[in-house]
Write a protein that binds this ligand. Structure first.
Ligand SMILES: Nc1ncnc2c1ncn2[C@@H]1O[C@H](COP(=O)(O)OP(=O)(O)O)[C@@H](O)[C@H]1O
Ligand SMILES: Cc1cn([C@H]2C[C@H](O)[C@@H](COP(=O)(O)O)O2)c(=O)[nH]c1=O
Ligand SMILES: [Zn+2]
Length: 215
């Protein structure tokens, strides 16, 4: 008797959750894309909840806002995954929503990874937006690891403010070497590879330190 090729199972599985990461430099449209996805989910009559860290209250206290002034209602939370967990579970909000959005995820600690995966395992659509690299071109917080775990990664480009080509970097204008410096246009610019100056050389020049020649 021939063995039966069972093939792909037609058995229904539990509603699958999904992790989506939207990333890229500043001004690349991450918040716009997050807002677009959340609005479409609401059109599809899905229940949506959105959060942003209390670090960055540039435009609104009760909404995420893009540089182009598009907005979506959001709750402000301390950028601490345990606090976000409490916000979702202690209030049972998690039981009332299908889609969870979070902007500026780069400011969260690494515990955001197991929290995101727990929500996905509960069948939630989790959409996270944040910077992949810092002003110094280093991986920013949990974002690269989240990209590795995601079902879908959308990496956006901005427009280089020097030449108009696609920009993958965020240039900080000024001397600060702090990791977190909240700001927008005037403090930061999108730059392409050719026009991005990582802070090591630039700050050395600005601080009148010797710049080591590479060739
Ligand atoms: N250098 C730039 N490249 C692209 N868009 C820019 C630039 N500077 C300003 N913008 C504006 O920023 C908007 C994207 O804003 P936003 O969604 O907040 O980006 P992000 O969240 O990635 O910082 C664009 O639609 C455009 O109106
Ligand atoms: C590169 C870089 C950025 N920031 C800050 C600057 C802004 O407040 C946010 C990014 O906002 P956006 O929605 O992506 O435009 O992050 C920072 O603190 N450190 C950095 O290295
Ligand atoms: Zn350029």
């Amino acid at each position: 008797m021939q063995p039966v090729d069972s093939g792909p199972s037609n058995l229904p599985c539990a509603v699958p959750g999904v992790l989506e990461v939207i990333t890229g430099p500043m001004f690349s449209g991450k918040s716009e894309e997050l807002i677009r996805r959340l609005k479409r989910a609401r059109i599809a009559r899905q229940r949506v909840s959105c959060f942003k860290p209390d670090i960055d209250l540039r435009y609104h206290r009760t909404a995420i806002a893009s540089h182009s002034e598009q907005t979506h209602e959001a709750a402000v939370v301390t950028p601490n995954a345990e606090r976000l967990r409490e916000e979702l579970f202690a209030t049972r909000l998690v039981d009332r929503v299908e889609v969870i959005g979070l902007d500026e995820v780069q400011f969260f600690d690494n515990a955001i990874l197991p929290l995101a995966m727990e929500l996905v395992s509960m069948g939630k659509r989790v959409i996270l937006a944040g910077l992949d690299t810092t002003f110094a071109n280093e991986p920013f917080g949990p974002v690269p690891a989240l990209m590795a775990l995601a079902d879908k990664v959308t990496k956006l480009n901005a427009v280089c403010m020097t030449c108009g080509q696609p920009a993958i970097h965020t240039q900080r204008l000024g001397h600060s070497q702090e990791l977190v410096v909240v700001g927008a246009a005037g403090m930061y610019e999108a730059r392409c590879r050719a026009h991005f100056q990582p802070y090591v050389e630039e700050s050395a020049e600005q601080m009148d330190l010797p710049v080591v020649a590479t060739s």
